[in-house]
Design a protein around this ligand. Structure first.
Ligand SMILES: Nc1ncnc2c1ncn2[C@@H]1O[C@H](COP(=O)(O)OP(=O)(O)OP(=O)(O)O)[C@@H](O)[C@H]1O
Ligand SMILES: [Mg+2]
Length: 472
């Protein structure tokens, strides 16, 4: 890596100036300090790509210096230089996260190779994490896919409340991804290691209501052979997802209201109050304000539930998401079924974009899977699509007025290149490591099996020696 910035830490000025000279000839920019304290301070104000660290130094020894560097900059590669009689400390240094070590007197050629490899590992790691975060930005949030302005807006709203306990209400037609989003909110918030418990509020039979929500004691009623905690208790410390709240019976509404107000309840047949700490996320495809006007939904409950409303728009209002979702489902279905379908033809994609999707993303997912099964292999053509999709087009005159999917934002920029970028990173890494599989895999933070799979997938040409070399 040209112009990489190296920090040399050694208490012997002669050694640092020699090292600095030699490395300078290779195009590295070097800076020298003569004790660990100065080094730690310098690193806080100036950025470096790599550190060369002596082990035996006055003031602060190499191990302590390393510990502090790693605490501040865990990804900064540190190469340890040590006298051969101090091999023990070099091993300790490796345990603390040093990239590698060399004994003095230094073999300069080896040092150069180690530096090159360390820099490569570092830059590839940075590249991969940049790609990852970019992917998240472009494609959505966790497994919730969306590139449309509307979905980006949803993601922005979500991001603001991830680490709080605010009560969230998700609105949207059936199949828009309310449950998916609720679980993504949980999985990315600080309650992620605690349970996510979903309750379908519309489907609990009245007779079981209390016991479902609050649990029961042993012998509370016929058939209660053991104590059973209810949904609220199961969710303690985590998130309770109250689904279909617009279809709750009046009795259920009363019970839910009480527990939301008091955050405590009793098990059926129990006497003591149980207190729980739960985050509440609710969802409905109904318009709660209308339900309230009609007298179907309690006003006091509405205000408890509707603290932070998020609306997921129907798919037909954000058609830019369709190609991205299709690509996602093709890939996901491939992982489960191993089909041989490559993708959708542009004509078939046009039909998908112009359909009105009353069942939203769920319907799209079903259509993608069915079309893949119908086509069996190759490229999906319009005749593989369900009749419903082809016959009910929002824009019947496809060539004028219909959306041209190639112009749909996101697709040309996002989907294809993402794989291409991965392929490029792989090719680059393989070349610079001279097709050393172990080094490439560790540089990319993936296992060797995954690396081989990807090489195969992208059909990257690999010299024969690399595939057969032992221990490579
Ligand atoms: N943005 C999205 N990205 C990826 N998958 C999605 C997205 N939205 C929905 N899905 C998928 O569509 C299906 C339906 O989603 P989900 O069950 O969350 O919808 P819902 O809004 O809860 O629907 P309902 O009101 O009918 O319960 C699921 O398989 C889900 O994974
Ligand atoms: Mg749902």
């Amino acid at each position: 890596m040209e112009n990489a910035k190296l920090l040399i830490i050694d208490d012997e000025p002669e050694f640092t100036s020699l090292t600095s000279d030699l490395l300078g000839r290779h195009g590295f920019i070097t800076e020298r300090v003569h004790n660990g304290l100065d080094a730690v301070q310098l690193l806080r104000v100036r950025s470096f790509d790599l550190v060369l660290l002596d082990m035996v130094m006055p003031v602060m020894d190499g191990i302590e210096t390393l510990r502090r560097i790693k605490a501040d900059f865990p990804d900064l590669p540190v190469i340890v230089l040590t006298a051969s009689e101090n091999l023990g400390t070099a091993i300790d240094a490796m345990k603390l996260g040093a990239y590698d070590y060399l004994t003095k007197p230094v073999d300069w050629d080896r040092l150069k190779i180690i530096i090159d490899n360390a820099l490569l590992t570092g830059s590839l790691k940075a590249e991969v994490s940049r790609l990852r975060s970019e992917m998240k930005e472009k494609f959505g949030f966790d497994n919730v896919i969306g590139v449309s302005r509307q979905m980006q807006h949803v993601f922005n709203s979500v991001e603001k409340i991830l680490d709080s306990d605010v009560t969230v209400a998700l609105y949207g037609e059936s199949g828009t991804g309310k449950e998916l989003l609720a679980s993504a909110i949980h999985a990315n918030g600080r309650r992620r290691n605690r349970p996510f418990v979903a309750v379908n509020c519309a489907a609990i039979p009245e007779a079981l209501l209390e016991s479902e929500l609050f649990g029961h004691e042993k012998g509370a009623f016929t058939g209660a052979h053991t104590m059973r905690p209810g949904k609220f208790e199961q969710a303690d410390g985590g998130t309770i997802f109250l689904d279909e709240i617009g279809d709750m019976s009046p009795t259920t509404q009363v019970k839910i209201l009480r527990v939301l107000q008091e955050r405590r309840f009793q098990r059926v047949g129990g006497t003591g109050d149980i207190e729980v700490d739960v985050r509440v996320i609710s969802a409905t495809n109904k318009d709660l304000e209308k339900e309230m006007e009609k007298g179907h939904f309690r006003e006091d409950l509405y205000y408890r539930i509707n603290v932070y409303p998020i609306e997921i728009p129907p798919l037909r209002d954000r058609r830019e998401d369709i190609p991205v979702l299709v690509a996602f489902f093709v890939r996901k279905f491939h992982e489960n079924s191993g089909h041989n379908v490559v993708g959708f033809s542009s004509k078939a994609m046009e039909y998908l974009i112009n359909y009105h999707w009353p069942g939203n993303v769920r319907e799209l997912q079903n259509v993608v899977e069915r079309s893949i099964l119908t086509a069996g292999q190759g490229v999906i053509q319009p005749e593989h699509l369900p009749f419903m999709v082809v016959s009910q087009q929002t824009h019947p005159a496809m060539s004028n007025g219909g959306l041209d999917w190639r112009n749909v934002i996101g697709l040309s920029k996002n989907i294809v290149p993402l794989e291409e970028i991965e392929k490029e990173v792989l090719q680059h890494a393989l070349k610079v490591t001279n097709y050393n599989m172990t080094t490439t895999a560790s540089a990319l933070g993936i296992g060797r099996t995954t690396l081989y799979r990807k090489i195969h997938k992208y059909e990257i040409p690999v010299p024969r020696f690399a595939m057969t070399a032992r221990g490579n």
